[in-house]
Design a protein around this ligand. Sequence first.
Ligand SMILES: Cc1cc2nc3c(=O)[nH]c(=O)nc-3n(C[C@H](O)[C@H](O)[C@H](O)COP(=O)(O)OP(=O)(O)OC[C@H]3O[C@@H](n4cnc5c(N)ncnc54)[C@H](O)[C@@H]3O)c2cc1C
Length: 217
Amino acid sequence: MNQKTIAVIGAGPVGCYAGYLLAKAGHTVSIYENHAQIGCPIQCTGLLTSEFDEFQLPMDSFLVNIFHGVEVFSPKMKLMVKQKEYLVCRNKFDNFFADLARKAGAEIFVNHSFLRKEGKELIIKDSANNRDMRITPNIVLAADGPLSPTAKAYGMYHPKRENYFGAQAVVLGNFDPTKFQAHFGREVCPDLFAWIVPESSTKARVGLAMKKNSIKY
Ligand SMILES: Cc1cc2nc3c(=O)[nH]c(=O)nc-3n(C[C@H](O)[C@H](O)[C@H](O)COP(=O)(O)OP(=O)(O)OC[C@H]3O[C@@H](n4cnc5c(N)ncnc54)[C@H](O)[C@@H]3O)c2cc1C
């Protein structure tokens, strides 16, 4: 096998799962994550479709709730869509994939941010030691999320790409834990939709996504 040195930027589920597969295939994999901890801060609701069953993941390690349907609300009507969905703890979910990658031999460096590229060199800031490192991997994998500084540095980020920005809170109240809700409409959330996703009968993840002004809505 032609062994490569691979730098994965971003230790989210995509970076860690790719890192796992590449390390398992015999490559030398280093994963760089700008935060101090994997899976923190949480920037996700944590819904997974049951199509994930195909991966045969040990769901009990990160499962919070199972839904049997979603209630969809528009200003004029409400409908119930029956489907099985999982709610996971994203912190545990991300760490599951990080452990998988480590066990396969990948090294994960937290507090390490991709800053820029200079020719074939990548400049990585090691913020724990306040120093810049220069690395020259054979392959760079941009798994640094929707705003991907790495994709931008390599000219692979579409200039007209539009992002939605989510805002979410965990709230206490009375909820039906067997289903979650999606709310559409100009008043509620004109750009995309809002959601109420119960962790239990007393706690829910409530949020929405907009192109801008998410917090205001
Ligand atoms: C409010 C909200 C709710 C969501 N709810 C859901 C949901 O219910 N279900 C669902 O499937 N998806 C949901 N998503 C989307 C989901 O979070 C992403 O699709 C998923 O996290 C993508 O995984 P990823 O590994 O590609 O990127 P990410 O999870 O974003 O991981 C990228 C990693 O790269 C790191 N990084 C960024 N820049 C650098 C850098 N310069 N150097 C080093 N590291 C860097 C980041 O810190 C992060 O850890 C939601 C998103 C938001 C914002």
